[in-house]
Design a protein around this ligand. Sequence first.
Ligand SMILES: [Ca+2]
Ligand SMILES: [Ca+2]
Length: 192
Amino acid sequence: MILATTCLLGCAGDPEEFEMPSFSPDQAAKTAMAALDSNQDGQLSDAELAACPPLLSVKDAVDTDGNNSLSANEIKARVAEYAATNTGLQSLVCSATVRGRPLVGAVVKFIPVEFLTSAIGPAEATIRTNGSGVVLTGKLPGLAPGLYRVEVEAPSNSGRSIPAVYNSESKLWYEMNPSEPPHPAEFAVEMR
Ligand SMILES: [Ca+2]
Ligand SMILES: [Ca+2]
């Protein structure tokens, strides 16, 4: 009798092999400050964070000294938290709706913020008839810890287009931080 060999995640030579996130908290903080600290005062104000809507959205959680702006050390600490969870992919199901109804066939994209692009990759989910979609990184289910900009694209054969505020000009975001209770990944789209 021949037993089938099973190939669990991480088979050598598998092109879909998942690489663990390679966070460099110091480098990520430097990259964020270089990109966003326009007046070079070492602090990211709301006006400066507007250029990175996901980071502005999680500002209160990252602003641990409570001075209403973000420093390199605060960003570094947040990225170190992602790294400390030592998590590869955390399973995530998202939803996308329009007027409360499933946006069937829509693609929800999770794109790492620029200061994390060297650590983590993009992921996406396709919304099924039940209104939800399993987030996949490559072909593997799950999303790596980190901070993402989220874009929702219309089903390719729908003839509909979703307004730019949900994709090319999106302010939607998601943070996967396994050290905190999970955020719901629910994205409501308004279309006329
Ligand atoms: Ca500044
Ligand atoms: Ca602060």
